[in-house]
Ligand binder design. Structure first.
Ligand code: NAD
Length: 454
């Protein structure tokens, strides 16, 4: 049976592709296993050149990939173009890392101890639908640079750029079997990769619920796991901040990618004395967000990914919900949902506690720094967050106190190719990007060499 891939802005069928199941997952693992010895044996400068060549090949296809991603994921074309730029940069960055996989020499008696970073073998990558190729590249590039071979299972709703990637990699000279893509459901194809005895590691991005299942499954064969999971990130705005800048930036930190962003700062915590001024500026921006056709260059927010996602998001804004600001959304086909701000909301409301993964933000006032930190940390998640203040000492004090892996001060950015990304608490295990990612695709081997005479 085929997989029907929809275009969320029109609900039309964009593509029909073969649906991979258990058999296809097994075949892909077998190909990756066969390709592993030769791939890990390639001399580091040659593997670096191959990955650099792949970055160039991806750059040449950047526009085509961006249009495909924009249509399949329903994201504004400008955003999709930015994401494809990041895919290229990620491969460039890790091409440079191949020759810098250094070990240590350790002083011991009777000889020399040295450490090597060894690849793991076949690694399964399981990815979500919100940033399909970008998130896949955060895993693919360090994984391949370290000398592993991969089986990538993209989300069944957005498999098209991953399948393109597989073709581009082959054309760019990456040997057959090193990169294998299986487009199929998580419950069959994905689950098989998690239990497969020949898979050494699973690197997963997705919901905390599925992440828990994957960690349980991987434990049966003591597979390594990296889990990048959900979030409910705080945006802390102190009264001494540049309030206009904070208020004008806040909507984009929630409504970017229609809120389908694990780093979404969906809990906007504002010091009570600044609340009225902040809300006035925020409302102006929210009401002006251009929601519409992802392929229109002027569009700032697209539709949600699916009818199911729209129903889930809608459940957080029932009739009578305290809507403080609301933007627009097109009528007609497409999984549209207007950007929505809820206030006042009680800290126990499910809209405050659960990851909505849609364009819905809650504004919550706080009195002082201690209460701001307590509210920020009152969540099972710990992925990212922002702190807006002109007081430098406070900015750093609060940044150290917030239990999250990626924080920004007077900014809402979270992701850079060269810096580590990942969560505290139930937002995940492990780090992606930056120098840290390579550690998660290698094992440390310690070799002792005796230098005793005789
Ligand atoms: P999801 O958990 O439903 O699915 C993610 C992937 O897992 C898909 O490829 C799916 O097919 C697969 N899968 C599902 N069940 C499986 C199983 N039993 N075994 C193996 N694989 C299985 O997530 P989603 O709805 O695609 O994405 C949204 C979620 O991803 C949100 O919770 C979001 O916060 C999270 N996310 C996290 C990050 C991060 O870096 N922390 C980034 C993006 C998205």
């Amino acid at each position: 049976m085929n997989l029907r891939v929809l275009e969320p802005a029109t609900e039309a069928v964009l593509a029909e592709i073969p649906r991979a199941g258990v058999e296809e997952a097994d075949a892909a693992v077998a190909r990756a296993k066969a390709a592993y010895p030769a791939w890990r044996a390639i001399a580091p400068p040659d593997r670096a050149k191959l990955l650099d060549g792949l970055a160039l090949a991806l750059a040449a296809k950047q526009q085509e990939l961006a249009v495909l991603e924009a249509r399949n994921a329903g994201k504004p074309i400008g955003d999709a173009r930015g994401e494809m730029g990041m895919v290229v940069d990620t491969f460039r960055y890790y091409a440079g890392a191949v020759e810098r996989a250094l070990g240590d020499t350790i002083p011991v008696s009777g000889g020399v101890a040295m450490t090597f970073r060894e690849p793991l073998g076949v690694v399964a990558l399981i990815t979500p639908w919100n940033f399909p190729l970008a998130i896949a590249s955060w895993k693919l590039a360090p994984c391949l640079a370290a000398g592993n071979t991969v089986v990538l299972k993209p989300a069944e709703l957005t498999p098209l750029t991953a399948l393109e990637f597989e073709r581009i990699a082959l054309e760019a000279g990456i040997p057959e079997g090193v990169v294998n893509v299986v487009a199929g459901p998580g419950s069959t194809c994905g689950a098989r990769l998690v239990e497969h005895p020949d898979v050494a590691k699973v690197a997963f991005t997705g919901s905390t619920e599925v992440g828990r299942r994957i960690a349980t499954g991987a434990a049966q064969t003591i597979k390594r796991v990296t889990l990048e999971l959900g979030g409910k990130s705080p945006n802390l705005v102190f009264a001494d901040a540049d309030l206009r800048a904070a208020a004008e930036a806040a909507p984009w930190a929630v409504f970017g990618n229609a809120g389908q962003d694990c780093c979404a700062r969906s809990r906007i915590l504002v010091q009570d004395t600044a609340l009225d001024e902040f809300m006035a500026a925020l409302t102006d921006v929210v009401e002006g967000i251009r929601v519409g056709d992802p392929l229109d260059e002027a569009t700032q927010m697209g539709p949600l990914i699916s009818a199911e996602q729209r129903a889930t998001v809608g459940s957080y804004v029932p009739d009578g919900a305290p809507v403080a600001a609301r933007g627009s959304a097109p009528a007609g086909p497409g999984f549209w949902f207007p950007p929505t701000v809820l206030a006042p909301v009680d800290a126990s409301d499910r809209a405050v506690r659960e990851e909505i993964f849609g364009p819905v933000a809650c504004v919550i006032p706080f009195r002082d720094e201690a209460e701001a930190i307590a509210l920020a940390n009152d969540t099972i998640y710990g992925l990212s967050g922002s702190i807006w203040t002109r007081d430098g000492a406070r900015a750093l004090r609060v940044a150290r106190a917030v239990e999250a892996g990626v924080l920004s001060i007077n900014s809402n950015t979270s992701v850079r190719v060269s810096t580590p990304f990942g969560g505290f608490k139930q937002s995940g295990v492990g780090r992606e990007l930056g120098p840290d990612a390579l550690d998660y695709y290698t094992e440390v081997k310690n070799v002792y060499f005796s230098t005793e005479d005789g």
